[in-house]
Design a protein. Structure first.
Length: 221
């Protein structure tokens, strides 16, 4: 199966700097919501195409060490993060899915100050997967089905993100534009034995990939 579509949302973040030791700490929360196009099939092989209701939220806390080279700065960082995806397949035999995952982001922030209050920069990050859980409410598909919970194991997945930004300083605040790209992949989960179509069966969350690209518009104080 494949799901694709456009989602909209917002984010907020706070960053603090301890100048004595050039230490950076930051927290961020993000949420997007929308309708995705589902293209897949049922267990009997029949085709399913429908619109899903989805929302995606994530949160992170990071810390890093800044290195100042005049108008150019580097900040390597690491932290802890979580992501949650709610997916409601809106068709006959459809059901809700909830995916919760934890990971360690390890990355590098780059910034270069230019003339006339402009600055550019970007982020390159790799994500170490700690583990996760996929809850599939199969009982909503009809009688003879039970809900399944599949565990995703440590290091059986990973991700990466890349972004660039262009920012203008207005003295009292800064305005920014940030295109970004994110990627995740996960191996097949552990099995859960549940009632499936009236008989016991081993259910798994299959190997899968996740792509997300977008543009952030932000105001920084």
């Amino acid at each position: 199966m494949k799901e694709k579509g456009i989602m909209n949302g917002g984010f907020g973040s706070w960053t603090g700097y301890f100048t004595e030791h050039d230490i950076m700490v930051g927290v961020e929360a993000e949420g997007v919501v929308g309708s995705l196009e589902y293209d897949g099939q049922r267990s009997d092989g029949s085709t399913v195409k429908c619109d899903n209701d989805d929302y995606f939220v994530s949160a992170r806390a990071i810390a890093g060490k800044g290195f100042d080279f005049g108008d150019f700065g580097l900040t390597p960082y690491a932290g802890i993060a979580a992501r949650y995806w709610y997916d409601d397949i809106k068709t006959t035999g459809g059901y809700e899915r909830e995916i919760t995952q934890f990971y360690v982001p390890i990355g590098l922030n780059v910034i270069a100050n230019m003339d006339d209050n402009w600055s550019i920069g970007g982020t390159l990050e790799g994500d170490l997967f700690l583990g996760g859980e996929v809850k599939s409410k199969l009982s909503q598909a009809g009688s003879g089905y039970e809900d399944a919970t599949n565990t995703q194991e440590f290091m059986k997945g990973g991700g990466a993100r890349f972004s660039m930004f262009l920012e203008y300083d207005l003295d009292y605040c800064s305005l920014g534009l940030e295109p970004y790209f994110r990627y995740w992949q996960f191996a097949e989960s552990q099995t859960d034995t549940v009632l499936y179509g009236g008989s016991l069966a081993n259910v798994v969350e299959p190997k899968n990939k996740f792509y997300m690209s977008g543009i952030r518009l932000y105001v920084k104080f």
